[in-house]
Design a protein around this ligand. Structure first.
Ligand SMILES: Cc1ncc(COP(=O)(O)O)c(C=O)c1O
Length: 407
């Protein structure tokens, strides 16, 4: 049994994670979906229980996953082309859906071109592999998503070619720009549009303005990249994301089809040349199968819907419910981080109490995410709620009524 020794070593590592409180809880398994009825939005059943749950921890902000047009599009694509691409993109694994989705998402976010990936995670990685070289310096917000941090590591960015600024602190971003060594030729400022644990947003106009100020200092300039995975589709007057909300657009936009659009997959939208560099240089484009046609067809439909009157109506409902929930939290005297995004963090600031509240919400049929020490520093313990367009006003009131016990 050659794996015996490795199993033992890994078991010890898992035990250590458990002892530190960093281990993931067992997965809850969804076994049934109950469509909206009366004043109730969708409900879910979990394995081993007959209770119905409201998902207040889903990224599916526009609630498009069960939309008949998406299901039909996925179905039609599958019937015509089957369930797998059979090869990577450049070895005849490219179907017309891939190309159409790239053109469609580029148009939606207002960029000349886009490349799609299996996820936003592999999009960040693909981007980093395409634009990094030995003379590239990366500057990022300290709260950037794991996919950005991991992308830099996988792209072999050395420590001395990285700067980290305090969350949304523009004076600190300026310090990072001032500290870029003079031999550097290319600077990339990369940040989340919406910070997924807090629901707050990056001050894009200030970031873009700083980038412009330093642009001429470097041979290839300073480019700005937003990962707007939680913004695209859900934020801004027409769902164009954090750029639309703040009024300034970075050079590159990374996003996902797996959140507001309710499907799966990711994209990088940028200039034609950056997108062609991705095609030539990115391992996550070159060496792995693309998104399946069913996901592409559904995502195309989702973008079309988001871009039309139905999307606007869903966005309006999303904003209305978010406001209802945020106002309710305020009225109960509970603490949150203010802002208009449907990610609503409830700051509990105590590990024990966070566990109690999460458990109580679960007992009452509400699924949420609790972040406790040591995953977050002591004092920052939070419960993350996420509103989506399928939540009814009664659903939101119900969740608030459970929270009232803790007010
Ligand atoms: C900022 C950010 N980037 C990327 C991702 C990953 O998205 P995907 O599931 O499409 O890989 C997430 C989601 O967790 C995110 O919040």
């Amino acid at each position: 049994m050659p794996l015996n020794k490795l199993d033992i070593a890994l078991q010890q590592e898992i035990e250590a994670l458990k002892a530190e409180g960093r281990a993931k809880a067992p997965e809850r398994v969804i076994v049934d979906y109950i469509p909206p009825r009366g004043d109730k939005g969708p409900r879910y059943k979990l394995q081993g229980s007959d209770q119905e749950y409201i998902r207040m921890n889903s990224n599916s902000y526009l609630s498009l996953s069960h939309h008949p047009a998406l299901i039909e599009a996925a179905d039609e694509a599958t019937r015509k082309f089957g369930v797998g691409p059979g090869a990577v993109r450049f070895i005849d694994g490219t179907f017309h859906y891939h190309v159409e989705l790239e053109a469609r998402i580029a148009r939606f976010v207002g960029k000349p071109a886009a490349k799609i990936f299996n996820s936003a995670y592999t999009s960040n990685l693909g981007l980093a592999l395409a634009i990094n070289n030995k003379l590239t310096y990366w500057i990022g917000d300290e709260l950037n998503h794991n996919s950005i941090i991991r992308a830099m590591r996988i792209a072999n960015v050395p420590r001395e070619n990285k700067g980290i600024y305090k969350h949304n602190d523009m004076a600190d971003l300026k310090r990072c720009l001032d500290e870029v060594p003079p031999h550097i030729e290319r600077v990339v400022i990369i940040f989340d549009g919406i910070f997924s644990m807090r629901g707050d947003y990056a001050p894009i106009p200030e970031i873009v303005e700083l980038a412009q100020r330093y642009h001429d200092k470097f041979k290839d300039g300073v480019i700005t990249v937003v990962d707007d995975s939680h913004g695209i589709g859900a934020f801004g007057d027409t769902g164009r994301g954090t750029s639309e909300f703040t009024g300034a657009t970075p050079d590159v936009i990374v996003g996902t089809f797996g959140k507001a659009f309710g499907v799966n997959g990711g994209f990088v939208a940028a200039s034609e040349t950056i997108v062609e560099a991705i095609r030539q240089k990115s391992d996550t484009y070159i060496y792995t199968n693309p998104l399946g046609v069913a996901d592409c067809a559904a995502a195309l439909k989702a973008v079309d819907i988001a871009d039309g009157p139905e999307g606007q109506e869903r966005l309006r409902v999303l904003h209305e419910r978010t406001k209802q929930f945020r106002d309710g939290i305020d009225a109960l005297g509970l603490e949150s981080i203010p802002g208009p995004h449907p990610i609503v963090p409830l700051l509990v600031r105590d590990t024990q109490k966070t566990h109690q509240m999460v458990n109580r919400l679960f007992e009452k049929g509400v699924l949420v995410v609790g972040l406790t020490y040591p995953v977050v520093p002591r004092g920052d313990e939070t419960i993350r709620f996420q509103i989506n367009a399928a939540h009814t006003a009664a659903d939101v009131d119900y969740v608030l009524s459970v929270l009232k016990e803790f007010a």
